[in-house]
Unconditional design. Structure first.
Length: 379
C-alpha cells in the first residue's frame, strides 16, 4: 500500500490537509487520518504541501507530442499523445479524430480498442469530431470529407467494443431518428460545427444530444430574435458544454456568461489540443493546410483557428486567473465533470475510496509535479 501524505487533497467537501490518500491495487483504498495505523506499514510519499487533485479528463485531444491522431491512427500514436498530455496532468483522455474518410475512422476506432485492450495509460475511448457536420461552420475541417450518416456509417460509429464513443455532429445534417439510434446504442452525441437554428437544436436535444463541442466556436451565436445553438446550449439544464479556456477561442466575458447560465457541473474544460502540446514543433499539417502556432494560437494562413496548443494544467490555471474560479471548481471542471459527462463517475474524476487512483499533484502555479494513473506514478 502507498500513502500520499502532507498534501492539500481535493475531496467532495473541498480541500483538506488533514487526510492521507491510501492507494492499493491501483485504487484509492481510503482517505485516512494522519495517525491511521495503516500508514505505518505503507510506502509513504510526502507531497510537501502540494495540491492533490483528481487526474484531469480531457474529452477532446486531437494530438500532442508532435503527432496528430488523424495522420497515423495507431496504438503507438495514442501512446505518444497520452504521454505528452500526462506531463500536464491528464490521466484520462479521448483521442479525437477530425473529419476523415471511413477507412481512417475504422483504423482509428480499431486503434483505440487495441490501446484499451493493451492497457495504454489514460485511454478512455474515442471522440469522432465529424464528418457529419456543416460546411458553413467547418472551421479547419476538410469539407471534402463530409458525408451523410447512413446505416453503414452509423454501424461504424457504434463499432468501438471497449471504452466510450463521443460523436460531434451538426443536428441539421443528421435526422432526429439517427440521433435517437446513436443514443440508443450508447454513443454520446454532441452538437458542434453546426449552423442549426434554435428550433433545430432544441429538437436535437429532445432526440438525444447530450453536449456541445467547444461552446461558442463553430456554431450559430445567441441573438435577440434567434437564440441559435449557443442560446439552446445556455438555456438547456441537462446538457454539458466543453470550454476551451486558452485566451484565443472565447472571450473571458463569454465564458463567464456560460458559467452564470449553466447549472454547476455542466461545464467541462477541454483542450482541443494539437501536436505542439508537449513538443518543440510549432507547425503541423491539417486537412492539407499548414497550421502555425504562435503565442499559443494555432491558425491557418487565413487566420482560422485550428485546434489549440492548450494543456489541461494551463486550462485550470487560466480558469482561476482569468475567470476568477476557485482552484477547487476549476479542478472539478477538468476532472469530476468530464467523468460524469462520459458516464465514468464510478471509475475516475474524484478522490474517493473505490475509484481508480488517477491523481495529479500541482504547485501553487498549477504546474504539474507528479501524476498517477491507476496508482502508477509518473517517472
Amino acid at each position: 500500500m502507498d500513502a500520499l501524505i502532507n498534501a492539500r487533497v481535493l475531496t467532495a467537501d473541498g480541500f483538506r490537509d488533514d487526510v492521507a490518500v491510501l492507494v492499493e491495487d491501483g485504487r484509492i483504498a481510503a482517505l485516512a487520518a494522519p495517525d491511521d495505523a495503516r500508514l505505518r506499514g505503507a510506502r509513504v510519499h510526502d507531497l510537501a504541501g502540494l495540491h492533490l487533485l483528481p487526474g484531469f479528463v480531457d474529452c477532446q485531444v486531437n494530438g500532442g507530442g508532435g503527432v496528430l491522431f488523424n495522420d497515423v491512427p495507431s496504438v503507438e500514436t495514442i501512446r505518444r499523445i497520452g504521454a505528452a498530455h500526462r506531463r500536464f496532468g491528464t490521466t484520462g483522455f479521448l483521442p479525437t479524430l477530425i473529419s476523415d474518410d471511413a477507412e481512417v475512422m475504422r483504423a482509428a476506432i480499431a486503434a483505440v480498442d487495441a490501446a484499451i485492450a493493451e492497457g495504454v495509460p489514460g485511454v478512455l475511448g474515442i471522440h469522432l469530431e465529424g464528418p457529419y457536420i456543416a460546411p458553413a461552420r467547418r472551421g479547419a475541417h476538410d469539407a471534402a470529407k463530409f458525408r451523410r450518416l447512413d446505416d453503414a456509417e452509423l454501424d461504424l460509429v457504434c463499432s468501438l467494443r471497449r471504452g466510450v464513443t463521443v460523436l460531434t455532429l451538426a443536428p441539421e445534417c443528421v435526422p432526429a431518428e439517427r440521433i435517437r439510434a446513436l443514443a440508443a446504442r450508447g454513443v454520446i452525441v454532441c452538437a458542434g460545427h453546426t449552423a442549426a437554428a434554435y428550433a433545430q437544436m432544441r429538437a436535437a436535444l429532445d432526440a438525444g444530444v447530450r453536449g456541445f463541442t467547444h461552446l461558442y466556436n463553430a456554431m450559430t451565436p445567441l441573438q435577440g430574435r434567434e437564440p441559435g445553438v449557443v442560446g439552446a446550449a445556455l438555456e438547456d439544464r441537462a446538457s454539458w458544454c466543453g470550454l476551451i479556456v486558452d485566451g484565443h477561442h472565447v472571450h473571458p466575458a463569454s465564458l463567464r456568461v456560460a458559467l452564470a447560465a449553466k447549472p454547476r457541473g455542466k461545464l467541462l474544460l477541454v483542450t482541443d489540443a494539437m501536436p505542439p502540446v508537449g513538443a518543440e514543433t510549432d507547425t503541423y499539417v491539417l486537412a492539407g493546410a499548414t497550421i502555425t502556432c504562435r503565442g499559443g494560437r494555432c491558425e491557418t494562413a487565413d487566420g482560422v483557428l485550428a485546434g489549440s496548443a492548450l494543456d489541461m494544467a494551463a486550462a485550470v490555471r487560466n480558469s482561476v486567473e482569468t475567470l476568477g474560479l476557485g482552484l477547487d471548481e476549476a479542478a472539478r471542471m477538468a476532472s469530476t465533470y468530464p467523468a460524469e459527462f462520459l458516464g465514468l463517475a464510478d471509475r475516475c474524476g474524484r478522490i474517493a475510496p473505490g475509484l481508480r487512483a488517477d491523481l495529479v499533484a500541482i504547485d501553487a502555479r498549477c504546474a504539474v509535479r507528479r501524476t498517477w494513473i491507476g496508482g502508477a506514478p509518473s517517472a
